[in-house]
Design a protein around this ligand. Structure first.
Ligand code: F6P
Length: 335
């Protein structure tokens, strides 16, 4: 017989992402509308380890849909990686009578959720877990889109547009580092959107002459006197790249690391809407006893994927976007 879900926990874990609050709101409100109790677990998995929680009612998520960050706080928990930490977390789940947990975060968050559910099963306790993908890196294998990516792109684009003004006035070269961990999604998307001279991403092996020097030369031959080089944080050391530009073509670049600026700010409409749908779907899946799952997007549609299979998936990097970037870069027609 299917277990009736009476009470669920919701948490945010890992790096925060704009739209996490909208997801929390959707989880809480959907649960309550189905007569399911909802407990907010604070500071990621540490909240379960330390019994750091808060009862959620409909007004506890009022006026947060437009807010960046996460009202539940977030953390990366070393202790939770160990079975001793998971056992402490499980004790809190038992004490509170949690039937399921909706975990909002990246793939590390989902791995933690799955480990906890398995540990619970070993001890005869049934705990369902549902993952909602949220990270500005957009690097989760099973999902085409992750909450926060759109807002982070928009923030980076706005910053780089400002940089461009001053680079243009001074006829300078700018080397800008964007986040993305080991992935180049953010850098490539932003690079296309700002019309960058060159974009360096970890998915493409760097040939400095081809990917940087020649691109700047072509831009100069086409009449440009300022250059924007966008570097994904996983693609190389921004200071060294800047130095190399100086050494090889004599420019005097300015380096900007956008950093955590990209993680904050009001979520875009896309992130609020996606987060709302994902949060809703996560509770629906849990209420229907779908088992451990991730709410992923595939071709713009939401799908409920088995969590183990979802975690085994890798995302194929779409090099078409790189080709588009190349075609649109000012190349002065030289071949
Ligand atoms: O995963 C999100 C992210 O912002 C990455 O882009 C970045 O590499 C990392 O988190 C930074 O982590 P922290 O907030 O611990 O400095």
């Amino acid at each position: 017989m299917e277990k009736q879900i009476k009470r669920i926990g919701v948490l945010t874990s890992g790096g925060d992402a704009p739209g996490m609050n909208a997801a929390v709101r959707a989880v809480v409100r959907t649960a309550l509308s189905r007569g399911i109790d909802c407990v907010g677990i604070r500071r990621g998995w540490n909240g379960l380890i330390n019994s750091d929680f808060i009862r959620m009612d409909t007004s506890s998520v009022s006026h947060i849909i437009n807010k960046g960050g996460t009202v539940l706080y977030t953390a990366r928990s070393e202790e939770f990686r160990q079975t001793a930490g998971q056992d402490k977390a499980l004790a809190t789940c038992r004490l509170l009578g949690l039937d399921a947990i909706v975990a909002i975060g990246g793939d590390g968050t989902f791995r933690g959720a799955l480990a906890l559910s398995r540990r619970a099963a070993e001890k005869g306790y049934q705990l369902q877990v549902a993952g909602v993908p949220a990270t500005i890196d957009n690097d989760i294998g099973c999902s085409h889109y992750t909450i926060g990516f759109d807002t982070a792109c928009n923030t980076a684009v706005e910053c780089i547009d400002r940089l461009r003004d001053t680079m243009q006035s001074h006829e300078r070269c700018s080397v800008v580092e964007v986040m993305g961990r080991r992935a180049g999604y953010l850098a490539l998307y932003v690079g296309i959107s700002v019309g960058a001279t060159a974009v360096l991403i970890p998915e493409r092996e760097l040939d400095f002459e081809r990917d940087v020097v020649e691109k700047i030369r072509r831009a100069r031959l086409a009449g440009t006197t300022h250059y924007m080089v966008v570097v994904a944080e996983g693609a190389g050391n921004t200071m060294e790249i800047s130095q190399q530009i100086h050494d090889e073509i004599g420019l005097d670049p300015r380096v900007t690391v956008l950093g955590h600026i990209q993680r904050g700010g009001a979520p875009s409409a896309r992130d609020r809407e996606t987060a709302s749908r994902m949060g809703y779907k996560a509770v629906e899946a849990v209420a229907q006893n779908a088992g451990n799952c991730v709410i992923a997007t595939q071709e713009g549609r939401l799908v409920v994927m088995d969590m183990e299979k979802a975690l085994a998936m890798t995302k194929e990097f779409n090099m078409d976007r790189y080709d588009i970037l190349e075609a649109l870069t000012n190349n002065s027609g030289i071949r």
